[in-house]
Design a protein around this ligand. Structure first.
Ligand code: ZN
Length: 608
């Protein structure tokens, strides 16, 4: 048994005090390591850099501890139980690491629990301790980690069957708002840290219940059996932040408090107020839906490359287009199928995704398979050139899932769909496999297996599709694919705007070029991302011009006009002549236009 304690020791200094005790340390000297990344967020983050001080003891005496590399240590051989004592600096307000102050705390095991090498597969127990002081008397614990001696939401001991399970249950501390609901027999909790005046928790629980039940039924249409015994949404509400990370029985989310529903005195009949695609609340529910779908797709149906994860180095896979793309497709679709949003709003969300994909010329240079493989150094490390160099396996992956769904439905006359593929993948790689309790034994979808699996399950020949759209960089033929389902894709051309084809952002009092799109007017004139725009044709550009991407400045000029642009690059003044172009921002619209024969395919697809 491996025994940890974690104590919020210095809230002002953001320090957790952690210990790990090994009953039978390795004879040659026990090694310990902290992961360099957290599964689900594909970037090396070097969590061990936050270990401030560390020492080892055994039977009350100090034991020499040697640092082996940037993330691991070795204790000298000892006969009795060995304990490491260390402090972790926790001040990363994201879902990926840990944070602690007088308001609340949060940690992922990957940031705080050193792995005991060679003993990962025995029982791991953690004692989560309350900070000292009356101010923290109302603090509670939110986690999906099973309790050992702790009460539900209480401080005390929690248990995991192995290290892999220990680090897949993030923990939130604080006097959070708590809501609960049952979805197909499984208790779901929503714990929200951060101040949210007049939070309408009841409404949030009603909407989340619909989404969760729809997803459970999606994967198990007969038994309605969820893969976890309990589920927890761990939410941090802030001024303006956004992020989520999936886990096997919980997810960690960060949102803007403005995205959460407000309690007000509504009549009972008005309680189901419609949600529109522009609402922050719609965005938040989409995030919840996304992370919840991962409970099946990536936490249980996995790439073979993640079974098990290499926690110390990059785990490469070319399949993130399936795990993130299909999840991105179903997240909003589940909002529609569960009745939380209507079709008009769903089509708006889908058209936004199409427009995001079409914005970047990087989609012609990088396939989603390559984008998946290089996530570690490209997608997760985007710079100003990203739109010109890479494609997102989220957004294009979403369109690939859509196109696969429509292709399979069309070619099989509605007999099969992507839903069937996901369900069979769940049965083979998730449900039936986990029933054998053999997680981590190398089971998962192999890099070269996806195409054959899709063909076999759907009965549709998909080699050409995989070559062109997944391993190749062709745009998806969405107009053709959507037509049989009664959806018209259009790109309105009236009143084209004049543009430099850049994206601008406010930078203090200035207007800065964030992206210069390839072959756009700014690129051809010689402007660079990072340039501070000073004047166009002698008229001053200010921070306000960043908001409309210079539209009001340029609206007086026809396309092909020549303008003089002054910028600062670094501290040097530079002057450029630019020929203005037609704005290349994509504006795809999706609309219903249904003949009788399309009504059935349309309703089956959208779950209407
Ligand atoms: Zn995701």
């Amino acid at each position: 048994m491996i025994h940890y304690t974690i104590f919020p020791k210095d809230l002002a200094g953001h320090l957790f005090e952690v210990s790990v005790t090994v009953q039978t340390p390795a004879v040659e000297g026990q090694q310990f390591a902290l992961p360099t990344w957290i599964p689900g967020s594909y970037m090396i983050r070097e969590f061990a850099r936050n270990i401030v001080q560390i020492r080892a003891t055994s039977a009350g005496k100090a034991v020499p501890l040697t640092k082996l590399n940037k993330y691991s240590w070795q204790a000298a051989p000892c006969d009795a139980a060995l304990t490491l004592h260390y402090e972790v600096y926790a001040w990363d307000h994201s879902v990926r690491s840990a944070y602690l102050d007088q308001r609340h705390g949060f940690f992922n095991g990957t940031s705080v629990f050193l792995r005991v090498l060679g003993q990962e597969n025995i029982t791991h127990i953690v004692d989560i301790q309350r900070p000292i002081g009356n101010a923290y008397a109302a603090w509670r614990v939110a986690t999906a980690l099973p309790e050992l001696e702790a009460q539900r939401y209480g401080f005390g001991t929690y248990i995991a069957t192995n290290y892999d399970e220990l680090i897949d249950h993030p923990v939130a501390l604080g006097s959070f708002a708590l809501g609960s609901f049952i979805a197909h027999g499984v208790m779901h909790d929503v714990a929200i840290n951060g101040r949210v005046p007049n939070l309408d928790m009841a409404r949030l629980c009603v909407d989340l219940q619909k989404i969760c039940e729809t997803q459970i039924t999606f994967f198990e249409p007969t038994t309605h059996k969820a893969p976890m015994a309990r589920y927890v949404f761990l939410v941090l509400a802030t001024g303006n932040a956004y992020g989520g990370l999936e886990h096997r029985a919980s997810c960690a989310l960060i949102c803007s408090r403005d995205d959460l529903p407000v309690l007000n005195a509504r009549a009972e009949s008005e309680i189901s107020v419609s949600i529109t695609s522009t609402d922050g609340y719609c965005t938040f529910l989409g995030l919840c839906s996304h992370e919840y779908f991962h409970t099946w797709n990536v936490k249980r149906i996995k790439p073979a490359a993640f079974s098990p994860y290499d926690l110390q180095a990059e785990s490469y896979t070319s399949l993130l287009w399936l795990f993130e793309g299909a999840t991105s497709y179903y997240d909003d679709l589940m909002l529609l199928r569960s009745g939380v949003i209507d079709e008009e709003n769903y089509l708006k969300l889908l058209s936004q995704t199409i427009n995001r994909v079409l914005q970047g010329s990087g989609r012609h240079k990088q396939s989603v398979a390559d984008s998946s493989f290089d996530a570690w150094t490209k997608y997760y490390r985007q710079d100003e050139n990203a739109p010109n160099a890479i494609v997102s396996y989220y957004t294009k992956g979403c369109l690939i899932a859509l196109a696969l769904d429509l292709t399979i439905r069309h070619q099989t006359q509605g007999q099969k769909s992507l839903d069937d593929v996901m369900r069979i993948l769940w049965q083979r790689y998730g449900r039936d496999f986990y029933a054998l309790d053999q997680a981590n034994s190398g089971h998962g979808i192999g890099e070269a297996e996806a195409e054959a699996l899709f063909e076999e399950i759907s009965g549709v020949a998909l080699h050409d599709f995989f070559q062109r759209y997944i391993h190749g960089t062709e745009d998806l033929p969405l107009t053709t694919l959507l037509a049989p389902f009664g959806i018209v894709l259009s790109m309105p051309q009236e009143n084209p705007k004049t543009s430099l084809n850049v994206r601008t952002v406010q930078d203090g009092n200035d207007c800065k070029l964030a992206h210069v799109y390839e072959n756009g007017a700014a690129h051809q004139a010689g402007l660079s991302a990072g340039d501070i725009l000073l004047a166009i044709d002698g008229l001053r550009v200010t921070r306000n011009d960043a908001q409309d991407n210079l539209a009001s400045h340029l609206s007086r000029y026809p396309i092909d006009s020549k303008v003089v642009i002054h910028v600062f690059r670094g501290d040097e003044l530079m002057v450029f002549d630019a020929i203005l172009q037609q704005d290349q921002t994509p504006h795809v619209n999706l609309n219903r236009n249904m003949q009788n024969m399309q009504k059935q395919t349309h309703a089956a697809w959208l779950g209407l």
